[in-house]
Design a protein around this ligand. Structure first.
Ligand SMILES: NC(=O)C1=CN([C@@H]2O[C@H](COP(=O)(O)OP(=O)(O)OC[C@H]3O[C@@H](n4cnc5c(N)ncnc54)[C@H](O)[C@@H]3O)[C@@H](O)[C@H]2O)C=CC1
Ligand SMILES: O=C(O)[C@@H]1CCC=N1
Length: 264
């Protein structure tokens, strides 16, 4: 698999790390306007770092675009004449709809739109994907790529904004929950390092329980809530203070904002 990551910034580099850790590429191009900060990636023998997007496109089959939305149109314009039937175009760009990509490069290209999250760098991304009509023929390939770096779900393009909130922004939401748990643990007497260790591994365990058992969260809650015990006491107090409500409201606000940005 010859991969180019066009725009090796925060997300692009996270994807690059995920692919490199899973030995998922025979050759990889990483592009950036100023390549100084990513030069070290050339220590991996099969990686070429360059600011020349055209060179990267010519020498790769899978093109993963991870630039800021404002740069995407120009880069597509600059590279569209080099696109051939070997290329699969994968966009990670928030709010940039497939019909807009087709307007620039044509609908006769394999176009995949993806929404990974930054946990892709450790192989644990929840990635949502969709494609244009032709891209359906390559969606299994795209799924295979992202499945090496986590879990993938194919969704209709209309749900991409909602998926951005739940999965991409979701990393930030879960981080805040882990931090709050850490603060609670410190108040109960653990030092900061231990507190974070307890919080993050418990979070990991909770998610793994659901993923591996397929059970509903409330079933797992029932298993730990002793009648008149401390768990239900804490849980009910959290709900009195609006835990579920504030999470849902935050998610809806985030969705309203992303919908507004897209209209702008
Ligand atoms: N799914 C997720 O978790 C997230 C998705 N995103 C989306 O991913 C995209 C990238 O976001 P970040 O990585 O945070 O941005 P970033 O600004 O860190 O990275 C973009 C990179 O593109 C490079 N670049 C700019 N013009 C270029 C050009 N002409 N040729 C090659 N490279 C060029 C920049 O030098 C920069 O390194 C955005 O469209 C954003 O909406 C962003 C953050 C999280
Ligand atoms: O916060 C944002 O707007 C972008 C989209 C998803 C992650 N970062």
């Amino acid at each position: 698999m010859k991969v180019a990551i066009i725009g090796a910034g925060n997300l692009g580099l996270a994807i690059a790390k995920g692919i490199l850790h899973s030995n998922g590429a025979t050759t990889m191009y990483l592009t950036k306007r100023n390549t100084k900060s990513i030069q070290e990636f050339e220590k991996y023998g099969n990686v070429t770092v360059t600011s020349d997007n055209q060179e990267a496109v010519k020498n790769s089959d899978i093109l993963i675009f991870a630039v800021q939305p404002g740069h995407f149109t120009t880069i597509l314009e600059q590279t569209k004449d080099l696109l051939t039937e070997k290329h699969v175009i994968i966009s990670t760009i928030t709010g940039f709809r497939i019909p807009r990509i087709e307007e620039i490069i044509g609908s006769d290209k394999y176009i995949i739109r993806s929404m990974p999250n930054t946990a892709i760098s450790v192989g644990k991304s929840m990635t949502c994907i969709c494609s244009n009509e032709l891209g359906k023929k390559r969606i299994d390939l795209a799924k295979a790529i992202f499945n090496r770096m986590g879990h993938t779900l194919e969704i209709p393009e209309e749900q991409m904004q909602a998926a951005t909130v739940i999965c991409a922004s979701g990393i930030a939401f879960w981080m805040r929950l882990i931090r709050a748990t850490t603060q609670g643990a410190i108040q109960l007497g653990f030092d900061a390092k231990e507190a974070q260790e307890l919080a993050m591994h418990t979070c990991n365990g909770a998610a793994s329980l659901l993923i591996e058992s397929g059970s509903h969260p409330e079933e797992e809650i029932d298993r730990v809530t002793t009648p008149k015990g401390c768990t239900i006491e804490g849980l009910n107090e959290m709900e009195h203070q609006g835990l579920s409500s504030s999470l849902i409201k935050g998610i809806v606000s985030s969705y309203e904002k992303i919908s507004h940005i897209r209209k702008a």
